[in-house]
Ligand binder design. Sequence first.
Ligand SMILES: Nc1ncnc2c1ncn2[C@@H]1O[C@H](COP(=O)(O)OP(=O)(O)OP(=O)(O)O)[C@@H](O)[C@H]1O
Ligand SMILES: [Mg+2]
Length: 242
Amino acid sequence: MATTEYMLQTESVIKQYRQSESVITAVNRANIKIEKGEFVAIIGSSGSGKSTFLHICAGLDRANAGRIIIDGQDITKMHADELGRFRGEKMGFIYQKHNLIPQFTALENILLPTMMCNKPEMSYQESLRELVECLGLSERLHHLPSELSGGQCQRVAIARALINNPQMLFADEPTGNLDRTNADEVLRLLLKIRETRGQTLLMVTHDLSIAEKADRIFRMDNGVLSLERDYVGGNKKTVVSY
Ligand SMILES: Nc1ncnc2c1ncn2[C@@H]1O[C@H](COP(=O)(O)OP(=O)(O)OP(=O)(O)O)[C@@H](O)[C@H]1O
Ligand SMILES: [Mg+2]
């Protein structure tokens, strides 16, 4: 009998921040299991813990308790350098604000993850060509981020997250800073590339029309993560706007 292959599993993840006298529980015992190739969206109000959870899942921040297992490996047990290598190989992260390095050209920004993993040029040439073409960046590769539009910067950030062809892709409101037309276009491209490459995607979004393209929608409410809609499994609980 075939067993389900999970790309990401979290078990009782807790993240707390101490602020003078008080403690904020940004993520409160979050459990999720995401199958390989699945697209899962997380919605929830501002300050509910979505970014904190995404950063912890991607190994950009450490949890106070719980386990995060990516493709069978527990990243909470990894040392910083091992985690860095693992992240470079397996994961891509698209930030809400593109986070491009201002002194680097678009091309240098895109290639940053390949340098961090010491990848030989041969190994990413095909990926680069495909991304540049699909994202319409060929004319802008030698420009600095300050010379690009918001939508172009976000497309460069997507190319950077995808250059190493990661199996697991995280996106934190990747179209949050764009107008409707640009947001729709950037998302269309992102989903098109993901479909060709068969990547697993965990995306935080405020935008319900985007969340509804996912296989499942989770809601983060005050640090507590729960299933809101399961389009594949048929759970059609109504998504309430906020
Ligand atoms: N470094 C930090 N130090 C202290 N508190 C923090 C820190 N980062 C986040 N928080 C707090 O943790 C909670 C969750 O923040 P988080 O950024 O995860 O929310 P979010 O759901 O992503 O919100 P938004 O939709 O506005 O991006 C908030 O109360 C926030 O103030
Ligand atoms: Mg956030």
